[in-house]
Design a protein around this ligand. Sequence first.
Ligand SMILES: [Zn+2]
Length: 395
Amino acid sequence: MIETFEKIINTSDFQARSTVLLKRALLAFYQRKLLSIPLLATELGVSIPTAGRLAAILTSNHFVRLIGEGPSGGGRKPRIYQIDEQNWFTLAVDAGREHLRIALFNLNDQKKAESISTLPLESSMQYLEATVSHIKRFLVRHHLKPAQVLGIGFAVPGLINTQTGRSLVHFTGFLRPVNDMLADMTGIPVVMDNDARLMAKGEASFGKAQHAQNAIYLFLDRGVGTGLLVNGEIYKGAHGFAGEFGHTHFVGHENNQCICGQMDCLETYTSLKALEKEAIRMGFNPPATGDAWVNIIEASWRGDKVAMDAIAEIGRRLGLALVNLVHLIDPEIIIIGGSLAMAGNVLTHSIYNTLRESAMHAFREDLRLELSGMGQDACLAGCHAMVMKNFFANV
Ligand SMILES: [Zn+2]
């Protein structure tokens, strides 16, 4: 997205070759949030006058602002600048199966606004047009021009080839990658990734995996999504498909047909549907209407033994499957998100006890197992982090 930066930055008094240097200066401010000119000069390996000139250009383009002067070490007092959070933004667009979420983030990584609309995900041009219309209305409502948005992070469920920008599950009938089409329709650069991987990115950037280098994020809901943090990066694999833990084979004996076409995928034993099936098998009375899993989780909060046992059984299965993954990637933390995370300690205790019984001691000694503290914000924050990473690529 260097072209974008070149387009928006006023470089009239600056050599074109220094645009990269300018972007590196912005990256330094973005990472530190607050910097003096001498510190910026040290960080970039440039002279103090050059650092001052870079900060002045970034100030006139409203990326940073002067907030005052620091204490003097004898000479002139150093000017201190910080990120200007009022002019440039990113948009997170989460195309959920039932709802479209849009969120606005500033350059201080703060979520400033959010909207949620009922818009079931469909692989049609109408869906894409409706999404663009929601994005445009959202921008107007918040008095923003598309030119103020550095990028849109677009989260879509299912397999996504991150090299070609194509989803293998949704929008397959289009001639062009959907992110390119969205970019043309909105006038804003778009980067796309799988939703569970973006949740893991959100946790790794701003949540409980923030200080981890290796982590497993499990999204337990109608399906089972996974994002793997390996050596500080979200692991994507050769085609960008990595992390489909929910479609690994579970050694069960139910002959469950999975939506992916295989039999006995982990997802068919550990999703919300699997919880409903297990609880009913154990004697839980399902409600006449609505989702039984809601009642099961609520009953577990009241101490209902059948509901707690059914949740613990799902936890046991997850623990058994996680033994393989823990032995493969040796994580520091496992984070549980999705609607099933509302089952809380009953679920995590069962997963943890199974891991304690089945995983090698050395792997689980310091292993933390925690519920996500970000909830649905994990995906939106992951979209923002992806846009910022892309914006600063090649710097
Ligand atoms: Zn499957």
